[in-house]
Structure formats: C-alpha cells, structure tokens
Design a protein around this ligand. Structure first.
Ligand code: ZN
Length: 170
C-alpha cells in the first residue's frame, strides 16, 4: 500500500462525476488500500477516489470507529438537520459551516462486493454526505452559508471545543 497525492480544490478532476464499480479487480483493491493509508496519513475522517485522481465510486471513512469502505454508495434515507464545521483534505487549512442531515441511511457494496446497509448519525452522517458528494463532483464549499475560513491555531482550539459541546448535546 502507498500514500497517494491528494488533489486540491481547483483541480478539474474534483468536479467530475465518478463511474460505478462493476467488479472487484486487483487495481481497485490496491486503490482502496492506498486510500485508507492516505486518509490516515492525512488525519482525515474520509476520502473519496476522485481526491486521489481516480473517477470511481469508491469512498473510505473512519470517524474513529474503524474503517468503512463503500463502493457505489447511495443515500436511501436522510432526516433531521445539523449545522457545523466541515473541512476537506482537498482544501487544507480551511473550514466552513455546512448544514447536513443528522441521520442518513446508506446502501453500498463492501470490498467483497456484498450489499450492505448502514445508518449514521452526527459526524458519520455528515461524512456519508460529504464523501458521496465528491462522487458527484461536488465539494462542501459550495454548500456553506458564508464561504470558507482559514483555520488559525486559535480557531483550531475553538473548533475542537465547539465540536465537543455541539455533537454530544444533540
Ligand atoms: Zn472532501
């Protein structure tokens, strides 16, 4: 496995729609391993294949509960609302305020190409929405209310505090 270069906002590939995966190949297995390595190395909670330059419907997520590999993910149901900070490995050092559903149910194929359904709330629901958007060529800054801000060291502390208080009280 290897670390791949993360494409940065402004790169055309991040605006393109990704293709469905029809069968598991060695190439796709290697891609998934590399995407996990790249996400952990960058300390992200999610990564979509177009972020490493591959237009396939593959996403990896880990919100601290172990890795989730999603192939051809679809949102089946979404409800509620949460408004909070969101960032992206393709826009390092920035964050923005985005409103997302607070509950999302998704269906996808796992690495064995078996169909799986999963529910997510809070940060996981936000990660499902954010990563699936990437597969449609969409990025979070187009969904922010007031655009994106620079993360300064002071704000980093603030964001951390807000998250801590916000997510747990919901
Ligand atoms: Zn992203």
């Amino acid at each position: 496995m290897a670390i791949r270069e993360i494409r940065i906002a402004g790169d055309d590939i991040l605006t393109k729609k990704c293709k469905k995966v029809t069968k598991m190949t060695l190439r796709t297995q290697i891609l998934i391993g590399d995407m996990l390595d790249t996400m952990y190395e960058s300390m992200g909670v999610g990564l979509a294949a177009p972020q490493v330059g591959i237009l396939k419907r593959v996403v990896v997520i880990d919100v601290g509960e172990g890795p989730i590999v999603m192939i051809n993910p679809e949102i089946l149901e979404a409800s509620g609302e949460q408004t909070g900070e969101e960032g992206c490995l393709s826009l390092p050092g920035k964050y923005g305020i985005v409103t997302r559903p607070s509950y999302v149910r998704v269906r996808f194929l796992n690495e064995k190409m078996e169909e799986v359904e999963m529910e997510g709330e809070g940060l996981l629901a936000r990660a499902f929405c954010h990563e699936i958007d990437h597969l449609e060529g969409e990025m979070y800054m187009d969904k922010t209310k007031d655009g994106v801000y620079d993360v300064t060291s002071d704000e980093e502390e603030l964001i951390y505090d807000d998250e801590f208080e916000g997510e747990d009280n919901e």
